[in-house]
Design a protein around this ligand. Sequence first.
Ligand code: PLP
Length: 518
Amino acid sequence: MSQIANVYCVPEEHLDEYTHLASCSPAIISEFIRGYLTSITKKGINEEKGREIIFDALYQTADLLKEFGFRVIDDVCTKGGISRVGVNFVSENFPIERLSDELLGRMKSVKLEWSGKYELNNQNILDIINENGTPLYVYEENEIKRNFELIIDSIPYENKQVHYAVMCNSNSEVLRKILQLGGFVQINSIHELDLVKKVGFSNGDISFTSTGLDSESLERLVQEGVQVNLDSVEEVEKYCKLNAGGNFGIRIKMKEDIELPEGYTNSPKDSDVGIPQDYFSRVKQIAQDYGCRINEIHGYLASNILDSEPLIHSSNYLMECAKQFPDLEYVNFGSGFGVPGRKTESKFDFAGIGEYYSRLTKELSDHLGRDVKLKIEPGRSVVATAGTLYAKVTNVKQLTGKKQISINAGFGEFPRPRIYGAYHEIEAVGKTGETETYDIRGNTVLQSDFLGKERKLPQVQEGDILAIRNTGAYGIVMASGFPGKELPSEVMVYSDGTFKRILDWAESESLARSSRYE
Ligand SMILES: Cc1ncc(COP(=O)(O)O)c(C=O)c1O
């Protein structure tokens, strides 16, 4: 043992800290050296020579550190010199001093009651809350995996790509999981492009679908070679000018007469998103003028659809449009796959829709005489059920015939109930016994900051924890902290029962959204 490292006696309570110093540091230091070297070799120097020089410096630094400690930093940096610029750059841009929190957070055990299969139970969740406070979003890696696999396995067609819709939950840990599962991503901003690339997705894994793109964004997408679905004739014109001879996709405007049950958001009747069929000839003409190929057709009907019928209609319409584009490589059915708010509602029929989309894609491939790739872009159905927002009861108020619970999360932490009237199950963690009827609201000055009304819950009191279910999608990404509050933290619970806080807004120096992305 002592031939490869020294043996040390360390106090048991700090075993984790010492372990990561000993076992993770070679990789972390190497990653730093690798990045540093890459930044230099980009300037065209000989990589082999650069490597030799930096390795020499590494050996010498180790000796100097042993002998003189960290005063080496000041000794090497002359006043106003370039080394100081480098040291300042590193300390200002990389939160190195938070590294141990990252590593230790990941190593901490949730103390599972192991039953052969990991489940998050009330005791586990209270441990997590004790450590991280409330309001707190908790995501379960297992559930993301289960959902993702259910979706991908429901499509029998071989040549398929599941592009997770990043806007639903753009936390880097969620994205890393999607990457691990072999997923692709659908993004809708340049900011998301930078984010997914940072997480490790390559340009070929990305599909960009948005609206109102300016030339600068289009230029960046062209530079990166990212597949893009354009929303208007004007965008097509700008794109073709920038990328003559290139490929692009179009998002079609959905047929307006597809019936959606009342209450659905984003009905095609109220939407001008996408290119209407009457404009196809114009789009084709522009593409032809610039030697471009229209290689993808994309259709998105509406959000959170529980009954497959409207999606069958929209996919039929997509096919009718697709047959007008002979160069197609991809047919993109978008998403809209619903997640029931109530436990009593039936789940979305993925098997049925997967079969149907497969059949349509096969027919299109036969029609075109080559294999077209099937794409979908699920967001909500991948992450909604994986997330729960935990909030603390701050007061219980007696009203006529019912009681009102205030909690430390509301519109600013989870706006869906107030914006869309969305129903989310609410439970009192660890509480049983006789129930009472409660309205549940955020403890803010807003008059109608309700998360749920007339809910039956076991009797609760100040300090109890409420769980707002199915909040993994369109949760933290829509949170604003309004009025005047900090945003909730987020924790990922991994399949092995460990957990990690993936952001603490309260500790982050700035509330800029980008700081969520590590
Ligand atoms: C183009 C596009 N793709 C995917 C999604 C994700 O949809 P969902 O959350 O319904 O799965 C959306 C949501 O608005 C979208 O506009």
